[in-house]
Design a protein around this ligand. Structure first.
Ligand code: GTQ
Ligand code: FE2
Length: 356
């Protein structure tokens, strides 16, 4: 790659531009869009769930698990990102497909990940050996540097949403990766993981560390020690909140039970419920997000454009995009965002936009 050469009709200036390029420097005065008035890096975009599912199934027929990082994953590639396999500048969103009997073998890496199960069940994700059952609506964490493997001992293929901070960590050039053994770690398929047994009671955290979890302290605060958030709990919380709020919508943030902070330092996870006929105000937030429709149908208006969605669809809300969401049938939407990173650097913010 060579440095961009700018040009001018003025011969002396043009010669200067030529020398700039040869010496690998660039003038600021020729850069356009480097400092936009407000974030403008990306457009909203929506992928249809039915299409994604079909493509994942075809990959299941044609591609073994051994190709491509030991994962059969189809990543969302935002057309505004020049062919990169990224949903936004900071967020990876993907569908992972695992057939009966298959193992996506253990590995670990510096990028942090979570899984949101849109449908199906039967897969176990082992995190540092702790077996986490995966079922519809569950959120499963595989934090930075934790060993993780996915195993499908069931009879049906399973598909789920993967969210990672991979684009961010790549741009920070801080990706580390280590493969584990090819074979499955032995595990007991118990419905309640060690992580849930210890940290799964809201409002109560244990005082002593756990050898089984291979952690030094009960709660270091680096990432949540609770690694599975079950749909039954999320659903119950949203039901209570919607009735308490009385305006047809409510949202919850998945949090570290010991600190109340986000589940991981780079990733925020939320569930939004909008009852049939409900509509949220229009807001804009610094930082990008990926919205995974779990249930229901509706329409979002993003920077003035309509995006109709239903269960399985996934869409991107870019940084500072004006967004409102309305449901025509009871809707639940899982949201992954880079909010904790934006806030850590002091740039967080949300504002309500007046309705026109
Ligand atoms: O399941 O470990 O979508 O490492 C991307 C990278 C999933 C995984 C992805 C990964 C994984
Ligand atoms: Fe991984």
């Amino acid at each position: 790659m060579s440095t961009t050469r700018f040009s001018s009709d003025d011969g002396d200036l043009d010669k200067l531009y030529e020398d700039f390029a040869r010496e690998d420097v660039q003038p600021l005065w020729t850069q356009h869009g480097l400092l936009p008035a407000t974030p403008d890096g990306l457009s909203p975009f929506l992928w249809k769930g039915a299409t994604l599912r079909q493509l994942a199934e075809r990959a299941g027929d044609l591609v073994g698990i051994d190709r491509g990082g030991d994962r059969r994953v189809i990543s969302l590639s935002h057309p505004g990102l020049n062919g990169l396999p990224f949903a936004t500048h900071t967020l990876w969103g993907a569908l992972q497909y695992l057939k009966p009997g298959e193992l996506a073998p253990a590995h670990r890496h510096s990028p942090a990940a979570l899984r949101f199960v849109t449908e199906g069940e039967g897969v176990w994700t082992l995190v540092n050996g702790d077996p986490l059952a995966m079922g519809p609506g569950d959120v499963i964490l595989t934090p930075s540097y934790t060993w993780h493997e996915h195993h499908n001992p069931g009879k049906a293929p399973m598909i789920w949403f993967d969210g990672l901070d991979l684009p961010l960590i790549r741009n920070l050039d801080a990706v580390f990766f280590e493969p584990g053994p090819d074979t499955l770690s032995p595990y007991d398929p118990v419905a309640t993981s060690e992580s849930e047994r210890r940290y799964g009671t809201s409002g109560l955290v244990p005082l002593s560390p756990s050898d089984a979890l291979k952690v030094e302290a009960p709660a270091s605060g680096v990432h949540s020690r609770l690694l599975a958030y079950r749909w039954a709990d999320t659903d119950a919380a949203l039901t209570r909140l919607v009735s308490a709020a009385g305006n047809g919508y409510a949202s919850v943030r998945f949090s570290d039970p010991a600190t109340g902070r986000d589940v991981m330092p780079t990733l925020r996870a939320e569930m939004h419920r909008i009852a049939a006929g409900g509509k949220t105000p229009t807001t804009r937030t610094v930082g990008s997000s990926v919205w995974v429709v779990y249930r229901g149908e509706g329409t979002s208006v993003l920077n003035g454009e309509r995006y109709d969605w239903k269960a399985g669809d996934i869409f991107v809300v870019p940084s500072w995009a004006a967004a409102s969401h309305a449901a025509t049938s009871d809707a639940d939407i899982f949201v992954l965002s880079d909010g904790p990173v934006i806030e850590a650097v002091g740039l967080g913010g949300t504002e309500t936009v007046a309705e026109s």
